[in-house]
Design a protein around this ligand. Structure first.
Ligand code: C2E
Ligand code: MG
Ligand code: MG
Ligand code: MG
Length: 291
């Protein structure tokens, strides 16, 4: 499987979106075997400091190469995995790979973080902090290298338990990010109830913000709010140089999107890091909103 420019979700199996169709059931049946057969793998989308272009992080994004269907997009199989209880297995695979890869990057002196998506269901799973702690130990990776991305769906289902899990993950030394910020229904509530380190502004606000006043206002005020709350702020969906420049001026800590780089192999990330030359000394200090 070659990492085609992955906007080529055009060449990704994406249907069907409805009901319990035959195809859905087939995917569900195949997913269990996919885990055993190693059909899942990870690509990384780089994140840069928008001012300097220095790579400060990479988000791990799971991929499934189905023997008959080819690439199946995570938006299609993650929901199935959540319903069927396979999502723990998927997360374990992604986390293990991400820790191995960030360990290799850091071994060369590059101080970037790796971000791993946690499904809503896992956020109320008391075993999750143990899974993370075991992985850190096994790969000898410092917890400060890891960002765990959560969405509000998991928080809403059982807020008290989610709060406890978040607290335990942070106690390990990992950072916690709220993903797809702005698309939920009680987004502002988390910021007071949950102690998180990072906000990721959803790409629906970021892409095209230089041509749309409403988006620009939302992004600007979100960055300002995040900074005043002492959170790091990441913009997703940065698709052109102009957007990156505006984000830099607004004090956004990190930019991710097709302008910065499409999802790529761990080796390609290392290539980017090496091309930067010196180990990334310009990494902004994490957990503080200030520079
Ligand atoms: P996400 O966590 O919000 O990840 C960002 C998604 O937006 C990725 O899609 C990425 O390729 C895409 N993206 C980023 N910048 C741009 C851009 O400028 N333009 C366009 N068109 N797309 C951009 P991907 O890899 O298809 O993942 C989709 C979603 O699937 C993720 O959204 C995340 O919610 C979920 N996902 C991916 N990997 C995992 C995983 O390991 N575990 C879990 N639980 N969910 C995952
Ligand atoms: Mg994410
Ligand atoms: Mg996101
Ligand atoms: Mg998103």
């Amino acid at each position: 499987y070659q990492a085609k420019r992955v906007r080529g979700r055009a060449c990704t199996y994406a249907g069907p979106r409805d009901g319990n169709s035959v195809e859905r059931l087939r995917l569900l049946g195949d997913l269990g075997r996919a885990l055993d057969r190693g059909e899942l793998f990870v690509r990384y989308q780089p994140q840069v400091d928008p001012r300097t272009g220095v790579v400060v992080g990479a988000e791990a994004l799971v991929r499934w190469w189905h023997p008959d269907l080819g690439a199946v997009a995570p938006d299609r199989f993650i929901p199935l995995a959540e319903q069927s209880g396979l999502v723990e297995g998927v997360t374990a695979v992604v986390l293990d790979q991400a820790l191995a890869d960030v360990g290799r990057w850091r071994a060369e002196g590059h101080r970037l973080t790796v971000s791993v998506n946690l499904s809503a269901r896992l956020l109320t799973d008391h075993d999750l902090p143990t899974l993370v702690a075991d992985g850190l130990r096994r790969h000898r990776v410092d917890a400060s290298a890891v960002v765990l991305e959560i969405t509000e769906t998991g928080i809403v289902s059982d807020p008290a338990r989610a709060r406890l899990v978040v607290r335990r993950l942070r106690a390990l030394g990992c950072a916690v990010a709220v993903d797809d910020y702005g698309t939920g229904h009680c987004s502002l509530t988390y910021l007071t109830d949950l102690e998180v380190d990072e906000l990721k502004i959803d790409r629906s606000f970021v892409t095209g913000m230089t041509r749309d006043r409403a988006r620009a206002v939302i992004v600007r005020s979100t960055i300002q709010m995040a900074r005043e709350l002492g959170l790091r702020v990441v913009a997703e969906g940065v698709a052109d140089a102009g957007t990156q420049r505006v984000l830099a001026a607004l004090g956004c800590h990190s930019a991710q999107g097709e302008h910065v780089g499409d999802p790529m192999t761990a080796g390609a990330v290392l290539g980017l890091l090496r091309a930067q030359g010196r180990p990334a000394a310009a990494v902004p200090s994490s957990r503080t909103g200030s520079d």
